[in-house]
Write a protein that binds this ligand. Structure first.
Ligand code: HEM
Ligand code: HEM
Length: 197
């Protein structure tokens, strides 16, 4: 018995649905974001510290993996730009495209701001405590202070603020998907589940 290989078009995006690569990237990253935000919500609500919890101790490492996946995803999105489902025209279509652009921008800025802070503090960063990404060095206080903000003015770090903003936009994104799929019944969710919209 011979196994039939999937046609290459299933891996690429098409005007009616996102292809396998886009879907794998979308759903695996959604799971990793769930991990990140569950940890951070527990940190602020229960006061957990990275030393006390495995969920929080993995935060920087999972965050770095997400940044790498985000770069690959952006390259894949650009390569498929003329193939993937179009946003259409009108106000809602414009909002959807702006919303996705904001998600992409924050998916990059959130981990990047944390890495710049690690570099500026001179702490360095070892991925999974083995692969050196940033070597420890001299602290650069001016940048570190800018990225951290001050408790009096911003009340939290730029990384934290952007992180919570990202969560807010993700909640809006999921809300819109629910509206599209269950209220307007236009098959939006099918595009990301591999069925024709
Ligand atoms: C896309 C990936 C990431 C997301 C969504 C994310 C999100 C967050 C959020 C929401 C907070 C909570 C801030 C608060 O306490 O109010 C936080 C804190 C923190 N993150 Fe991330 N983060 C990511 C990547 C990273 C990376 C790559 C690093 C390190 C290189 C990192 C290091 C930290 C540290 C040390 C804190 C605790 C200190 C602080 O409040 O800023 N994060 N993160
Ligand atoms: C339960 C969670 C989620 C559901 C049900 C969901 C559903 C969807 C659906 C149905 C689409 C296609 C929309 C369209 O083309 O009109 C989509 C696209 C998209 N989603 Fe989500 N999503 C979820 C979580 C996330 C998360 C956590 C992120 C990122 C932080 C995200 C980022 C995006 C982006 C950037 C797109 C545009 C297509 C792409 O470039 O991948 N989604 N999502």
């Amino acid at each position: 018995m011979t196994a039939t290989a999937a046609p290459p078009t299933l891996w690429l995006d098409s005007p009616t649905q996102y292809g396998r690569i886009s879907r794998i990237l979308h759903w695996s990253m959604a799971l990793l974001f769930l991990w990140q935000f569950t940890g951070m919500v527990l940190k602020v609500t229960l006061g957990l510290h990275p030393r006390d919890s495995w969920l929080l101790g993995t935060h920087a490492h999972v965050g770095f993996v997400l940044m790498v996946l985000m770069v690959l995803r952006a390259i894949w999105a650009i390569a498929n730009i003329h193939r993937r489902p179009s946003y259409g025209t009108g106000f809602l279509a414009r909002c959807a495209s702006l919303g996705h652009a904001a998600l992409y921008l924050l998916m990059l800025l959130v981990p990047l701001s944390a890495l710049v802070r690690s570099w500026a503090s001179g702490r360095g960063f070892n991925l999974f405590n083995t692969i050196p990404v940033l070597s420890p060095g001299t602290a650069t206080p001016a940048i570190g202070q800018f990225i951290n903000g001050t408790r009096e003015t911003l009340g939290a770090s730029i990384h934290g603020l952007l992180g919570w903003l990202l969560l807010l936009i993700i909640v809006g994104h999921i809300g819109m998907v629910i509206l599209h799929h269950w209220v307007w019944k236009d098959g939006t969710l099918h595009k990301m589940l591999g069925r024709k919209a």
